[in-house]
Design a protein around this ligand. Structure first.
Ligand code: GLN
Length: 315
């Protein structure tokens, strides 16, 4: 990273936070999962961790939130570790152009989801992570993996969110049963969804989330722990999927405005990766019409512009 940016980064983060704070009312907090509707829409946190381990943060960056679909990056990483490239026999790598919970493409593509970051694809990935495990063991493995990535054994699941999702998860049940009817899930639907709902209910703060994503900025290696999590080729490929598919039908817009691999969740969190430079986590619960954090996306756009970190070059 260029030294000038390192020195200015804390000031940049604080400036972004101050500038966007008055706009926090603009997004809409997800309410289809009742437990998420209780979250204060005024929450706003940013954390940036560079490859030297310097942490730059502002706002509510130490308060845990429901990471929801950001977890799909971590379960994909786990599934690739277990199944390698055969993972792609079960789930595609193309942007969907559809909403995160859409069912329409499944009928045309014999129940094979377009990518691992839409709900249908992530449910297949949960099925892959379960291989050889009971649901409880698979959930434990996911939690331990995220703790390992972030080097923080305090990270856990919010059981109230997991229950809330299970109680209202009719759309995900429909997706899972539909895929099961095509023979695309190997485990019972209720077991797979149990794992999926729990991974979505992981609770992390921005600093923990940025730490967990650092291996993707570091060519597969977490520079803080020295652990090589994945090969550099796999890190590059996961980043490519985050860039093309990480924001559902808003992925093109996110690439256009921010230009970084990123993964959003309906809890209002976004993990963004500046390869070779830093890992960034933002949290603001108000969502845009694609279900991505509205202010979080703007914060990342400002950060990319001020640092010149877009993977497409230039500020
Ligand atoms: N748990 C949420 C769901 O399945 C995750 C969706 C999201 O974060 N986009 O609906």
């Amino acid at each position: 990273m260029c030294a000038a940016v390192t020195g200015d980064l804390q000031a940049i983060i604080e400036d972004i936070h101050r500038t966007l704070k008055p706009r926090l009312g603009e997004g809409k907090v997800a309410d289809y999962i009742p437990e998420l509707a209780k979250v204060d829409p005024e929450k706003f946190g940013i954390a940036v961790i560079d490859l030297e381990g310097n942490v730059f943060k502002a706002g509510d960056c130490d308060e845990a939130f429901s990471i929801q679909s950001v977890s799909k990056v971590f379960t994909l990483t786990l599934a690739l570790g277990k199944h390698g490239e055969t993972t792609w026999n079960r789930v595609g790598r193309e942007p969907s152009g559809s909403a995160f919970n859409s069912i329409v493409q499944l009928e045309h593509e014999n129940g094979k989801p377009r990518n691992p970051f839409i709900n249908a694809g992530a449910i297949v990935v949960s099925d892959l992570v379960m291989a050889g495990h009971t649901p409880r063991e698979a959930i434990g493995e996911i939690v331990r993996f995220v703790q390992y990535l972030a080097d923080d054994a305090t990270i856990g699941i919010d059981p109230a969110v997991a229950r809330s999702e299970a109680a209202t998860g009719h759309r995900n049940e429909a997706l899972a049963h539909f895929m099961k009817s095509f023979g695309k899930l190997t485990h019972p639907v209720d077991h797979v969804l149990g794992v999926y709902f729990h991974q979505c209910a992981l609770a992390m703060n921005c600093v923990q989330l940025a730490r967990a994503g650092l291996f993707l900025a570091g060519n597969g290696r977490n520079p803080l722990t020295g652990h090589t999590v994945v090969s550099s080729q796999r890190a590059r490929r996961i980043n490519a999927l985050m860039l093309t598919c990480g924001h559902y039908d808003g992925s093109g817009d996110f690439a256009y405005h921010v230009g970084l691999p990123g993964k959003s969740g309906v809890g209002g969190g976004i993990l963004a990766v500046a390869p070779g430079r830093a890992s960034v986590a933002v949290w603001s619960p108000g969502l845009n019409r694609n279900g991505n954090s509205l202010i979080g996306s703007l914060a990342l756009e400002m950060l990319a512009a001020k640092t010149g970190w877009s993977v497409f070059g230039g500020p």
